[in-house]
Design a protein around this ligand. Sequence first.
Ligand code: NDP
Ligand code: MG
Length: 393
Amino acid sequence: SAARNVAVFGATGSIGASALDVIARHPDRLRASVLAAGSNVPALLALCVRHKPAHAAIADASRYAELRDGLRDAGLSTQAHAGPEALDALAAGDVCDTVVAAIVGAAGLASTLAAARAGKRLLLANKESLVLAGELLTGIARDSGAQIVPIDSEHNAIFQCLPDAACADALRRIVLTASGGPFRGWDRERLRTVTPAQAVAHPRWSMGPKISVDSATLMNKGLEVIEAHHLFGMAADRIEVLVHPQSLVHSLVEFIDGSTLAQLGLPDMRTALAVGLAWPQRIESGVERLDLLTQGRLDFEAPDLDAFPCLALAYRALRAGGTAPAILNAANEIAVSAFLQGQLGFLAIPALVEDVLAALPSQAADTLDTLLEADAQARRLASKAAATTTIGA
Ligand code: NDP
Ligand code: MG
C-alpha cells in the first residue's frame, strides 16, 4: 500500500525531532509531507533539506519570504506557506492523512482542531489543546471519525493497555506515573532559589523548555490529569498520580477484576510516536530495549502536594469544569514564560496560577469562543500580575 503522508506540526521542536527520526527509518511506509514550525526558519530549512517535504509552513507570517527564498536557494521543490491559517489549511488538506500535533501551548489548538475536523489520524502531543478545549476536540474527533492517538507517554501507555472493546465500566482507575522532576524531595525553602537552568535540566526526559518547567512544578502532571479525563472519560477521583523516579513504567490501568496493566519502556518519545504512526501494527523506533535486570528496581511514592501545589490546582480546575482548565493553562503559560525570562521566581508560578483561577470564576464552556475568551482574559490578568508581582522574584 502507499506510504502514509505525515504532517509534523512543531517539526523544529523536541517531539518534532523524535517524530522525524521514526519517519525516516521507514521510507517505504511513512513520508514527511508537511513540516510546520513557529518562527525558526533556519531550523525548518535544515529539516526540509533532510526530509524533502512537499510543503513547509511557518506560523510567523513575516518570515514568508525568508522561507520561500531559503527553499529555492537549497534547490528544493518544497512549497512555502506562512501564517496560522496556512497551517490550519495544511492540517485539514489532502497533503496529509496523519498529523503529529507537537506545537507547544495553546498556539497548537487551531491546527489540532482543523486536523480533527478533517478526520485525520491525530498523533496528539500538544496536551494544552486538550486542557483548553478537551470536550470540543474529542467531540469533533468522534463526529469526523478522526482517530486520536495520544503521544504523551503516560496516555500512550494507557492507550496501549486498553484493548479496543474495553468497556469503561470495567476500568476502576488509571494511574499516571510522574518522574517527580529535577526537584523531587525538595521543600519549599529550597525551591525558592531555583533558576531556569536548573528547572529545564530534567533527570530523565529531554524535552522543550516549557514542558520541562511544567515537569519541575508538577503542573505537567496536572495538565496530564485533565488530558486523561478527556481522552479516557474518567472522573477526577479515578485518576491517580504516583511518583516513579525511574520513568520506566509509563502508566497503569486498573480493572475491576483486580488486574493492573502497565506499559514499560525506556524514557524516549520515539516509542509513543512509533505506536501512533503504525497503529495497530508495530514498527521499529530506534529505542533500545529495556533491560530490567540492569535497571534493577522500580520505586513508587506519593507526590508532595505542599511543595508542588500545581498538581492540586489542576485537580481543582478539572473539578470546577467549564472554563477553569483553560484559565489554569493560560495563566501557567504566562507564568512559565515569565519564569524562563527571569521575571518570576519558581514559587511564583503556582502562586500566580492560583491567583488568576481565584480572580476569574469558571463559566460554562459551551463554545470555542467562550474558551478562547477565557484564555485571553486569563493571559491578560496573568501578564499584569507577572509584571507587578513581588512573589519570589
Ligand atoms: P519544543 O519547545 O521543543 O518545540 C515547540 C515547537 O512548537 C517548535 O517546533 C516551535 O517552532 C513550535 N511553535 C511554537 N510556537 C508556535 C506557534 N505559535 N505556531 C506554530 N508553531 C509553534 O516543545 P516540545 O517538542 O517539547 O513539546 C511540544 C508539545 O508536545 C507540547 O505541547 C508538550 O507538552 C508536548 N509533549 C512533549 C514531550 C517531550 O518529550 N518533549 C512529551 C509529552 C508531551 P519554532 O522552533 O519555530 O519556535
Ligand atoms: Mg507526559
